[in-house]
Design a binder for this molecule. Structure first.
Ligand code: UD1
Length: 418
């Protein structure tokens, strides 16, 4: 069983080129199914969530190649299939193949989607969106199938689900007439999906807002698209540097969509300076506690930074509280940080952190992607050796995390030991 070995206590110092965004590339890959012609996605991260989705596409006749960050996708020979648990069960992004295949072929089906174990993650809102477009749905133990000639209309989301918004967009682009999706998620990754589709010929208005107006039926063509940097990976590397007391220059991001993260950083006394295309963070003398921080849909503090922030605040002098409002059981980081010496516990959806204890090296287990990133960050700041299991989760979203931290001076390696 592989794991990550870290000897903590070294300051992180240096420059990193930020990888492209995971949560943008997954819906864009699904959207490529709708394009007639070659799709080229530049700055594509080589992470397992992308590789899993490419395998699923391959099983439906879609060929692709990923070389040096450039992904080419050819969907000419695509055929609709039922995506079994071997594909659907692995990544949450796979659920977007429903909207894409339904849009292109008028039918789609898959086993219930997987992803990180951070909550129930139902797909009722996705199904509701398809129904509102006149599709017929069948749910069974095996999964869900959806069929029909899609018609545009008024689609109101009761909660701004990122995935349901994206599935709605994919379906609406192919539907007859105009669709108005209100209560839509406004995450930057939804905006990127819209920009990609518009570049491919789709008619979408209201991009970046919670009301999207989509005129369906345009024939989409091949397109070349460059992804923006991954804002959560950026937040992770900046946060880890703050924890070790070093200085980092993160290239390849202007940080324009990171206000929620930067606001929380600034409350913790971490100041970043931004220039064209880069962000610099110089670790402060001390990290400050945050009385109350709540995760929220964009532009709020992202749930995908909650575990890393819990680790950061475990080093602050004083008491902090983080409320997890998005996923009901995203607390995997708590028991593991405790093992490393942090005074942290969760009651219901609230994580209470009494900071200031020194962290020590430990054997810890990640059960989801961001817990993994948070534990690696904590181990970099801890005294002594840590072993982090669950590197397969980290690989879902971080392109070679060990190499990146080594470049910044850390003593970290992947190993098969223990
Ligand atoms: C996406 C991101 C994930 C991020 C999350 C919230 C991808 C691949 N993943 O996940 O990294 O943490 O947004 O920013 O982009 N819900 C329902 N019914 C549904 C759909 C969602 O109840 O049909 C609930 C979920 O259980 C969750 C909340 O809504 O509690 C938010 O989920 P959603 O915004 O849909 O997240 P994902 O698209 O799964």
């Amino acid at each position: 069983m592989s794991c990550i070995r870290i000897v903590g206590g070294r300051k992180l110092e240096g420059e990193v080129m930020l990888q492209g965004s995971k949560n943008a590339v997954l819906p864009i890959l699904a959207a490529s199914v709708l394009c007639n012609g070659k799709v080229v996605i530049k700055r594509c991260p080589n992470i397992s969530d992308v590789r899993e989705l490419l395998q699923a596409l391959d099983s439906a006749g879609i060929k692709s190649s990923l070389r040096d960050g450039e992904l080419e996708v050819d969907t000419v020979n695509a055929t609709p299939i039922f995506f079994g648990p071997e594909y659907a069960g692995k990544t949450r992004g796979g659920v977007l193949l429903l909207g894409a295949f339904l849009g292109r072929f008028g039918e789609a089906g898959m086993a219930y989607p997987g992803g990180c174990v951070i909550g129930a993650r139902p797909i009722d809102l996705h199904c509701k969106v398809f129904r509102m477009m006149q599709a017929k749905l069948k749910e069974s133990e095996e999964g869900v199938t959806v069929k029909g000639k899609l018609k545009g209309g008024k689609i109101k989301l009761p909660y701004p689900s990122v995935g349901a918004t994206e599935n709605g967009i994919l379906a609406a682009v192919c539907a007859e007439g105009v669709s108005v999706i209100s209560g839509a998620a406004t995450e930057p990754e939804v905006t990127e999906l819209c920009r990609f589709l518009r570049k491919a010929g789709a008619k979408i208005r209201g991009i970046g807002t919670s009301v999207l107006e989509i005129t369906g039926g345009s024939r989409l063509h091949g397109v070349e698209y460059t992804l923006t940097g991954d804002r959560i990976v950026a937040g992770t590397y900046l946060g880890a540097t703050a924890m070790t007391g070093g200085e980092i220059l993160l290239r390849g991001t202007e940080g324009v969509c990171m206000k929620g993260i930067f606001d929380s950083f600034s409350a913790a006394g971490l100041s970043v300076s931004r220039n064209r295309d880069c962000i610099r963070l110089h670790a402060p003398g001390k990290i400050l506690p945050i009385k109350e921080l709540k995760t929220a849909p964009y532009p709020g503090f992202p749930t995908d930074m909650q575990s890393q922030m819990t680790a950061i605040l475990s080093l602050a002098e004083g008491e902090s509280k983080i409320y997890e409002t998005v996923f009901e059981s995203r607390f995997g980081v708590v028991p593991e940080l405790k093992k490393m010496g942090a005074d942290v516990q969760n009651e219901g959806r609230c994580i209470r952190i009494r900071g200031g204890n020194r962290l020590h090296g430990e054997t810890v287990y990640a059960t989801d992607l961001r817990t993994g990133a948070a534990l690696v960050s904590a181990a970099l700041a801890a005294e002594g050796e840590s072993i982090v299991y669950g590197d397969e989760y980290i690989d879902r979203g971080y392109e070679d995390i060990c190499k990146t931290f080594r470049l910044l001076g850390a003593d970290i390696s992947e190993t098969d030991e223990k």
